[in-house]
Design a protein around this ligand. Structure first.
Ligand code: TNX
Length: 528
């Protein structure tokens, strides 16, 4: 071959080579970077602001997360995210400190501390995902948003999961977004409660109120009054074997919740709703006679003996032991439906119990009736029944948590065909549960006095996790959004379309949710 031929051939070869690479590059890029819209992602709760990046990030099997050393709890959040990543994708997520951060797919970035600790930014570009916040709560909430994006855009093969690029700026409207579980009417095991937490933490719920005692059962070990659980915890509605949490169980639950930035609120209902205690210790009754255990569902027939000194020793020791295991700010003393406690005695009792709770370093919380008491300073009244009681709580300088039974009770039937639930307050279908505004629900209640909303799940008619799920889901997603997203940004039409797309996610988490006919559920592939 002569020299010019040789050169020509060599040049052609390199031209082909360059073209080949370029074409491959372009086609790969097209295949790897589908244009996606972050704004159209059906997130629940709906974030405050979303800006499209119009491209996509591809999930890889081997990814890493980095956090900044020295920032409190950030390693713990990174570890928690890594664990949840594994559950979601089946792949591991390596945890790094900030060295080499640019190579990490997910970066937790510290910004200045803000009063709203859950505020976060989620920035997704083609190479990296950055969650910035002033507090670890913010990282965790931002991760829940990311988790939804991954699941909602998933296929069966991790190699093919893309999520849209763009930026989300987000913060909750209300500080308290809770749910309550009645473990007294029917007992639920630690494993069941944890599984329930796993699901609702995804929707940024941040308080779990446990109704730990009632006429039918006492569910928390009290070392100084052991018969409360031994006898008082031995049955439940319908006559089953009941059960209780040991103090170790309770501490484990508190930790499990705290890892997800969820605060446990313990409730011991008093002076009514106390038959289980009155059956365990006859001396707590005014007549000194033991009461029978109760397995029915009537309310309002029991009361502690307000005149006895022993009653306040009992309250002091019970509150003391539970408060010592509870890092959260609140202790809930019930106070509802004390129909057989004379009115003046009720006031005496509430005032003494409030003082005891304060002595143990907690903010007294109670159902709305308890605003009859002298609530000087910090208190939290949970509105469920009587609007005037909420206003009275405000007038006494306290804060209000909204759980109107007509709108937010998870134990109300969806409609007349519901297989579980009660209906004394209302039938609450998915739309009615969603379509209301806490800011305007009670005339004269100032927004700054509302800490948030809570959806209570009473357990007269439910016995296991499947039953919990049937009543709680999908309604709890709506309450999570009401608590997070300002009402001006919410509408049923928009919400129900987003909700429809969560069926695959709920299924993946093993949730037996109620397929409300008001929602056009979409079926999706489930990751893994
Ligand atoms: C009223 S709500 C109760 C509970 C019942 C519930 C059933 C409240 C403070 N008291 O004792 O379990 O209704 O829906």
């Amino acid at each position: 071959m002569n020299r010019s031929n040789y050169n020509l051939q060599r040049n052609l070869k390199s031209i082909f080579y360059v073209l080949f690479i370029a074409i491959m590059g372009i086609s790969c890029q097209q295949e790897e970077r589908p244009q996606m819209s972050l704004q159209n992602a059906p997130l629940i709760p709906k974030p405050n602001s979303v800006v499209d990046g119009s491209s996509s990030f591809k999930l890889k099997p081997a990814m890493a997360i980095s956090y900044q050393e020295g920032q409190s709890l950030s390693q713990k959040v990174a570890d928690q995210i890594s664990k949840e990543w594994n559950d979601l994708t089946g792949n591991s997520l390596k945890v790094n400190t900030n060295q080499g951060a640019s190579k990490d797919a997910i970066v937790l970035k510290a910004t200045t501390v803000e009063a709203n600790r859950e505020k976060y930014n989620l920035d997704i570009n083609e190479d990296q995902i950055v969650i910035s916040s002033g507090s670890p709560e913010g990282y965790y909430r931002g991760w829940q948003t990311l988790k939804q994006l991954i699941q909602l855009n998933s296929s069966n093969n991790i190699g093919n999961v893309y999520i849209p690029t763009g930026t989300i700026n987000d913060a909750p409207n209300y500080e308290y977004r809770g749910t309550m579980l009645d473990v007294a009417r029917h007992f639920f095991s630690l494993a069941e409660v944890k599984e329930y937490i796993d699901v609702f933490s995804t929707y940024k719920i941040n308080y779990l109120h446990l109704h730990l005692s009632d006429d039918q059962g006492w569910r928390i070990e009290i070392k100084s009054w052991p018969n409360l659980t031994k006898h008082g915890g031995s049955t439940e509605v319908g006559g089953g074997t009941g059960g209780f949490y040991t103090q170790e169980d309770y501490k484990e639950l508190v930790r499990y919740a705290a890892d997800r930035f969820i605060t446990i609120v313990p409730e011991i209902d008093m002076p009514g709703h106390t038959n289980a205690a009155l059956a365990s210790y006859p001396e707590l009754n005014c007549d000194g006679k033991e009461r029978e255990l109760y397995t029915g569902i009537e309310v309002g027939f029991s009361t502690l003996c307000v005149d006895k000194e022993l009653t306040y020793q009992f309250v002091d020791e019970v509150v003391g032991e539970i408060a010592a295991m509870t890092p959260g700010p609140y202790f809930h003393m019930g106070g509802d439906e004390s129909h057989v406690t004379p009115k003046d005695e009720y006031l005496t009792f509430v005032n003494k119990a409030v003082a005891i709770i304060k002595k143990h370093g907690k903010i007294p919380m109670g159902w709305d009736e308890f605003t009859a008491g002298d609530l000087e300073g910090n208190s939290l009244a949970q509105h469920w029944h009587t609007k005037e009681n909420a206003i009275r709580g405000q007038e006494k300088g306290g804060k209000i948590l909204l759980s109107p039974a007509k709108k937010a009770y998870l134990d109300m039937k969806y409609d007349s065909t519901s297989t579980l639930g009660l209906h004394w307050a209302a039938l609450i279908d998915v739309k009615s549960g969603y379509d209301w505004d806490p800011d305007t629900y009670i005339d004269g209640l100032a927004k700054e006095n509302i800490v948030g909303i809570e959806a209570p799940l009473w357990s007269e008619t439910i016995e296991d996790l499947d039953d919990i799920e049937y009543l709680a889901f999908p309604r709890l997603l709506g309450y999570a959004e009401i608590g997070w997203t300002p009402s001006k940004d919410r509408s049923w039409d928009d919400y129900s379309k987003r909700l429809a797309k969560h069926s695959g996610y709920l299924q993946k988490m093993g949730v037996e949710f109620y397929r409300s006919p008001l929602v056009e559920w979409e079926t999706q592939k489930v990751l893994k």
